[in-house]
Structures are given as C-alpha cells and as structure tokens.
Design a protein around this ligand. Sequence first.
Ligand code: SUD
Ligand code: ADP
Length: 303
Amino acid sequence: MNARTASPALTLTAPAKLNLMLRILGRRTDGYHELQTVFQLLDYGDTLTFSSTDSDTIELDCPGVDVAPEHNLIYRAALLIKQARGNNAPGVRISVKKILPAGGGVGGGSSDAATTLLGLNAVWRCGLDIDTLAELGRHLGADVPVFVRGYSAFAEGVGEQLTPVSITPRWYLVLTPDCHVSTGALFSDPRLTRDSAAITLAALRDRRLNTQWLDEYAGNDFQPLVENLYPKVRLAREWLAQFGQAFLTGTGACVFAGFDSEASAQHAFAKRPAGLRGFVARGVNESPTHRQLAKFAAAVQAD
Ligand SMILES: C[C@@](CO)(OP(=O)(O)O)[C@H](O)COP(=O)(O)OP(=O)(O)OC[C@H]1O[C@@H](n2ccc(N)nc2=O)[C@H](O)[C@@H]1O
Ligand SMILES: Nc1ncnc2c1ncn2[C@@H]1O[C@H](COP(=O)(O)OP(=O)(O)O)[C@@H](O)[C@H]1O
C-alpha cells in the first residue's frame, strides 16, 4: 500500500430522520420557505463504506438509487470535500447498502450526503470542523446540516438553524406508501398553507421534548395536501392511527407512529396491510455516525 492510500476502510451508518412536527411559517423572497420542525434521528439507516484505491477518482457503487451517478448526493458531497481538501486527494471507492426509501421524507439522500462529508473528512484527514462541513452540506440540501451535526434538533430558517433537543426515546413504526412525492413540486403548490404561527424558543422549555410536548405541538403542514394528492398516504396514515397519533414525515411519502417499546411497534408492523412496506426503529438523540467516527479516530490514533 503506498502512502497516499494508507487509510483503513471506514464503514458508517447514514441514519434516517423523522419530522415529529413541521410548520411552514412563510415564503422568503428567494422562494425558499421558513419552517419550524423537530428532527428526530433514528438508529437505522443506509450503510456507507469508504475504501482507499490506487487511482485518484471517486468510484460510487450505490444500487437502488434512481439517479445518474454524478447527480447522486454521495458523489456530489465527495466532490465538495475533494475540492475543499485542495491538494491531490487519493482515490476512494464508496459502497452503499441502501435501505432507506429515496424521496420518502426520512432524509436518506441528505443523510448519505452528510455521512460522505464526515467520512471523507476523516479518511482523507482534511481536518475540516463541523461548522465548515455543515456549511458545505447546506449547499447540497436543506436537511444535510442536521445530519452533519448529528443530534436531534429543533430547526428553524430553512432547516439549518438548529437547537439541540433531548427527545424522550421511543420506538417508531414507519410505513412507506408506494408513491413518490416531489419536495420542490409540493413547496410550489398554490394550495399549500404557509401561515402557521411560530413556536417560540421559550416554548421549548428546557429543550427536553417529552411525549406531552409532542402531543401539544405535533402535526405537519404538508399532510393535508399530500394526502389529497396521494390517497395511498392517507390510507397508510389512517391505518397507523389505530395505534396512536400518526403523521406524515417531511414532504412524505412515509408516515409514522410512536410506540413505548420495540415489541409493541413490531407487533403493529406484523399486522400491516399486505404489500405495505416499512420498518421499526428507535429514536436517538445522537447520531450513530458520530459514535462510529469517534471509534475510527481512536483506532487511527492508536495505529
Ligand atoms: C421540508 C423537508 C423537511 O425535512 O422535507 P423532506 O425533504 O425531508 O421531505 C426538507 O427540509 C426539505 O429539504 P431537502 O429535501 O433537503 O430540500 P432541498 O433539496 O434543499 O430543496 C428542494 C426544493 O424544495 C424547496 N424548498 C426546500 C426547503 C425549504 N425550506 N423551502 C423550499 O421552498 C425549494 O424549491 C427547493 O428547490
Ligand atoms: N444517495 C441518494 N439517496 C437517495 N436519494 C438520492 C440520493 N442522491 C440523490 N438522490 C435524489 O434525492 C431525492 C431526495 O432524496 P431523499 O433525501 O431520500 O428524500 P427525502 O428528503 O424526501 O427523504 C431522491 O428522490 C433522489 O432523486
């Protein structure tokens, strides 16, 4: 192995998120929307492995994502880090095990992008700090910074102003209706309501969001429009509602409900209507990616 390819392979989880509440407050002059949302990270996601190669290219093996390789958010994130590194970055192969539904509102593409920024920063020893990586991520998508920072958060602005929160841990059953919702098309739909009242930071109290807080503020402003446009989403959400409050995440199409135990979530999942896909996952306040990165850094240092 030559000096430019000396890093060991690194495998990281790119976790999913749920929007436990989402309010659209208004539209800015640049067309983007002011939001308030609670990002709940999940201990469940895609797996990305970064291996050094002897070439100086970025090779991407990402089956299951229906976009040209150069438009894949993983490739675009890798290019950004390569440019930020400035001097000749070694080659890398990025192999992806994709389990999150693309365009499902669970942030799979954004999380893959954030994990690539974090992973290559470590493998290539770029030394970029989290603020710089979050800023790079913002150019790839509004949801990328929360995954770069790696904590569940109350988000404002277009989703980049983050206040860490501690959410009472729960298990979530997430269902994936078989339809693709375009985020851009929804935001530009004239029927979308954009005038929700803002939650004040004071309402976050001590930043501990328990189930009582969530019961009070839960709801997603995209839900009525999405259910109108995609009846399969409404059917899935109504089926879930027999187990407790059920909501759309992000712009959909996934819907979710919270449970007190894994067993009760799995029990409900086992009863789902035929043909409906989904998964059960635990809500976490810290991203699994950051835990794995800390282990990698310790191993590299000990080497
Ligand atoms: C609304 C959320 C909630 O999590 O939906 P999901 O994507 O997760 O479903 C996200 O913030 C979405 O973020 P993300 O999916 O990264 O969106 P981007 O690629 O940045 O933007 C896609 C398009 O949506 C519109 N857009 C996006 C974010 C925003 N705050 N206002 C907007 O108007 C813009 O037209 C933009 O061109
Ligand atoms: N690595 C990737 N994984 C998933 N989607 C990707 C990826 N790269 C680019 N995309 C594109 O980004 C869009 C949104 O992806 P995603 O983050 O999964 O959606 P959402 O924000 O709704 O959860 C997809 O529909 C797809 O066209």
